[in-house]
Design a protein around this ligand. Structure first.
Ligand code: HEC
Length: 119
């Protein structure tokens, strides 16, 4: 049982503090994936050629974490073009209030969709 302090703070505040009414609701990692990532990467992370979204179900947990942490750190690696598309996507996603922790998203994708995780 572990949690991110900022998630827990948000959870307690928005759930129990009456003054929080009207505060933006918090989306779970699985909701963010279904609403924001599935259309390009597939509902089971199998990829979606129509949107040119690659499959994510063959990445290891470590690879997913690295990719997502890199995408999260704008300007951190400017390795030319490769992730520009995803970075733009992520910025748009975050503006809608759909945020997530890279480690949580990596675990979510890995444990739900990678067949190797079930071995
Ligand atoms: C509009 C379509 C679209 C959406 C929405 C989208 N992606 Fe992507 N994603 C792509 C494309 C295209 C690539 C490959 C191109 C690239 O590398 O920039 C990619 C690449 C990735 C990669 C591999 C890293 C890389 O650069 O190769 C990861 C991990 C990823 N996406 C995760 C996500 C997650 C998590 C979400 C939801 C929060 C998401 N994507 C939403 C289209 C999308």
């Amino acid at each position: 049982m572990s949690y991110h302090p900022d998630d827990m703070a948000r959870y307690i505040y928005t759930t129990f503090n009456p003054e929080a009414a009207g505060t933006k609701r918090v989306y779970s990692t699985s909701e963010v994936y279904k609403f924001m990532c599935a259309k390009c990467h597939g509902i089971n992370a199998e990829g979606n050629p129509e949107k040119r979204g690659p499959a994510l179900n063959d990445y290891t947990l470590h690879e997913l974490e690295m990719e997502l942490i890199n995408l999260d750190n704008e300007g951190f690696q400017s390795s030319g073009g490769h992730s520009e598309l995803m970075r733009e996507n992520l910025n748009r996603i975050k503006k809608k209030g759909m945020t997530y922790h890279p480690e949580d998203m990596a675990s979510y994708i890995y444990y739900n969709f990678n067949p190797d995780a079930k071995k």
